[in-house]
Write a protein that binds this ligand. Structure first.
Ligand code: B16
Ligand code: MG
Length: 214
């Protein structure tokens, strides 16, 4: 059984993907094209600047000036922050809080491993920051998923070896990152998309300790 579990944030603990989508869609509209929910799938787990590149390619727009790109990404982020600053505790995904408590009762350490630079804002809004033994987010890493950096840093901060960790992820890039770190990984979502995971669950409702027994 793993000694620690590391949780992705967007799409695992909360459904912030919808707010990312609204903000990117608004930016696309301003640039003169439509951005669909299907296009948005490609942005899951991907860093902010890499997401902008994908968005621009969908719109067939080429921008070479790095500072213009920064401005566009900042604009999107300002809107995104407006949306998430209205979040409440009800937006924690079903079963998540009970699952986290169950892990702690079983002596398992828990951490957040997220690409998002807005992790602290979200955790403060939903009021579950203190339960985590470590929080590694987009402000603490230099390499985005599928690079394993975020999960390796979490293991280090928890004082456990990578092989002793199990990651929960909703994105293909995140599953690759966990595997590259040498960790077990449980996908949260659609098994046909999350093929590389050791197991896939639809939700945390009713999940017990046996879930992390491999
Ligand atoms: P930000 P995760 C990721 O979070 C999101 O899935 C991805 O859509 C987003 O672009 C990325 O964070 C960066 O977020 O713009 O807030 O820094 O899934 O790794 O928790
Ligand atoms: Mg995610």
């Amino acid at each position: 059984r793993p000694k620690a579990c590391i949780f992705d944030l967007d799409g695992v603990i909360v459904d912030t993907a919808k707010y990312h989508y609204l903000a990117w869609k608004r930016l696309a509209k301003e640039l003169g094209f439509e951005f669909t929910e299907k296009d948005n799938e490609r942005l899951k787990g991907v860093s902010r600047m890499a997401s902008l590149e994908i968005l621009l390619s969908v719109g067939g727009i080429q921008i070479d000036d790095a500072s213009v790109k920064e401005q566009l990404a900042d604009k999107k982020n300002t809107w995104y922050v407006e949306y998430i600053s209205q979040m409440t505790k009800d937006e924690i995904l079903p079963g998540v809080e009970d699952f986290l408590k169950m892990l702690k009762e079983n002596g398992i350490k828990i951490a957040i491993g997220s690409a998002s630079k807005n992790t602290m804002t979200i955790l403060n809004r939903i009021g579950i920051k203190d339960i985590f033994d470590a929080i590694i987010d987009g402000t603490k890493i230099t390499k985005a998923k599928p690079d394993p950096e975020v999960f390796l840093k979490a293991a280090q901060e928890l004082n456990v070896r990578p092989e002793e960790c199990c990651v929960f992820e909703d994105a293909v890039a995140g599953i690759e990152a966990a595997k590259a770190a040498g960790m077990k990984v449980i996908g949260v979502g659609d098994p046909s998309i999350l093929k590389g995971a050791d197991k896939v669950i639809q939700s945390f409702v009713g999940q017990g300790i046996e879930l992390i027994e491999f």
